[in-house]
Design a protein around this ligand. Structure first.
Ligand SMILES: Nc1nc2c(ncn2[C@@H]2O[C@H](COP(=O)(O)OP(=O)(O)OP(=O)(O)O)[C@@H](O)[C@H]2O)c(=O)[nH]1
Length: 453
């Protein structure tokens, strides 16, 4: 029987060897001390080591296995020896040139030792590594995207807070003429209730509101069509007026970006300039008004004179100039003080303001000198006006320190084009006539005798 068993084992070994020579994977046999007793030639293909060298090395584990896997593999092999239960696991061999080769090992008990079948899984491991690398890459990309998304959300929040604080109205319209963004100031300027949400609304919705609140909606829509239809990427500042009197400006620009740089829409910026316009009007008024009497001053006199003469030249009409100066004004200053003189000037300006017509312009040229410009006036009308003026001045009475005082005026009359064709010559002609009134006794009007030149 013993012989018979030995014969069986030898036969088995022989046939196993024969089989193993031809198979692709590695087959190996170990004795009870875990010494390698035989290994198939295919180990050469895997590790470039000859079977005889593997056996001669003594310690299979130290000779062929990756350093990190040796202890584990020894432990498992011993376990198979002890328990008789087969074990499958994957680990790394190290080839002669130092290359690492992954193999799937199958250890099982056999009479007198262990049998190992190992299969090359390097290609699968590489595929797995590549897959893991791709997954890791994807995760990194996703993490990066999430990071940027978070940052862009933060950025958007910051921008939106900023845009809601500024006083400029901002409206962003996309290519389909829908609202993409607006800030709070835009709602205020266009008189929407504060919580109105316009994002997604069509331009037609905005036009309905505009028709409601603008002084001249049609003119404004014409402007919008011209800007949008024009080729300009940025529009000039345009001023328009609301029905409630507010003055607003708009500007717009195409926002670049999107596919092939065709622009992603148009941004409109609105500014309520009512206050600024009011202030600049007031400043202009201040510059052309006499501070004491509130009448137009010398500067405005010259502007209006030139304007009226140009107009009369075009229309072949006349312009009358009444230059007048108070008589006996200085003694009021001297007797009752400058303040009293001021009151006389203010009182007379008020009284004279009541006798001039809408188209006649009254000026304080300086000191106690005044002027009246009268468009389209005949000489008779100018004389008649001069007498009313003289009467008004003479009839004005003032009371200082219990004394009633008054002044008179001397008037010089000149006409365009009869006495002069230019502004400075007309002023000189009127002054000349005024001087004559003074020298001939005051409180009178004299018509210029100059010939127009
Ligand atoms: N209170 C006051 N006096 C002024 C002002 N501007 C000029 N005057 C004074 O007005 C006076 C003008 O002088 P005149 O024209 O010689 O005075 P007048 O007494 O009317 O003399 P005639 O024109 O020759 O009749 C001067 O005493 C100036 O100081 C002003 O704004 N307020």
């Amino acid at each position: 029987m013993i012989w018979g068993r030995k014969l069986d084992r030898d036969d088995e070994l022989a046939s196993l060897r024969e089989l193993a020579e031809g198979v692709h994977g590695v087959e190996a046999l170990f004795d009870e001390a875990l010494r390698l007793t035989w290994i198939s030639p295919s180990i050469g293909r895997l590790t470039a080591q000859a079977p005889a060298d593997c056996i001669a090395a003594g310690d299979f584990f130290a000779f062929l296995l990756h350093e990190s896997d040796r202890d584990f593999c020894r432990r498992m092999a011993r376990q198979v020896l002890d328990t008789g239960l087969p074990q499958d696991f994957e680990l790394r061999l190290v080839a002669r040139d130092g290359r690492v080769v992954w193999v799937a090992m199958h250890w099982r008990r056999r009479a007198g030792g262990l049998r190992l079948s190992a299969e090359d899984i390097q290609a699968r491991k590489e595929a797995e590594y590549a897959l893991l690398e791709t997954v890791a890459e994807l995760r990194r990309a996703q993490a990066l995207r999430e990071h940027y998304l978070l940052r862009s959300n933060d950025e958007r929040q910051r921008l939106s807070a900023l845009l809601n604080l500024i006083r400029l109205g901002i409206l962003f319209i996309d290519h389909d003429r829908r609202v993409l963004y607006h800030n709070r100031a835009m709602l205020e300027i266009w008189a929407y209730p504060p919580a109105t949400e316009l994002v997604g609304s069509r331009e037609a919705v905005l036009k309905r509101q505009a028709a409601h609140v603008l002084a001249d909606p049609e003119a404004y829509f014409g402007h919008i069509d011209a800007v949008v239809g024009g080729r300009e990427s940025a529009s000039e500042e345009h001023e328009f007026v609301f029905a409630d009197g507010r003055v607003v400006t708009d500007r717009s620009a195409v926002v670049q970006g999107g596919e092939q740089g065709r622009g992603i829409g148009r941004v409109w910026i609105y500014e309520d300039v009512s206050e600024a316009r009011r202030t600049s009007r007031q400043l202009v008024e201040l510059a052309v008004r006499d501070e004491l009497t509130g009448l137009y001053n010398r500067r405005r006199f010259h502007e209006e004179l030139e304007r009226l003469l140009a107009d009369a030249e075009r229309r072949h009409s006349a312009v009358g100039l009444l230059a007048f100066d108070l008589d006996g004004f200085k003694p009021i200053n001297d007797s009752f003080g400058h303040q009293a003189g001021d009151e006389v000037l203010v009182g007379l300006a008020r009284a004279l303001g009541r006798i001039v017509r809408r188209n006649e312009l009254l000026f304080r040229i300086g000191g106690d000198e005044f002027a009246l410009l009268v468009p389209d006036a005949s000489i008779d009308e100018l004389l008649e006006l001069s007498h009313r003026l003289l009467e008004t001045v003479a009839a004005s009475r003032f009371c200082f320190e219990g004394d009633e005082v008054g002044v008179t005026a001397s008037v010089g009359i000149a006409r365009f084009p009869a006495n002069a064709r230019r502004g400075d010559a007309l002023v000189a002609a009127a002054d000349e006539a005024l001087y004559r009134s003074k020298s001939e006794g005051r409180n009178r009007a004299t018509v210029s005798g100059r010939m127009g030149a």
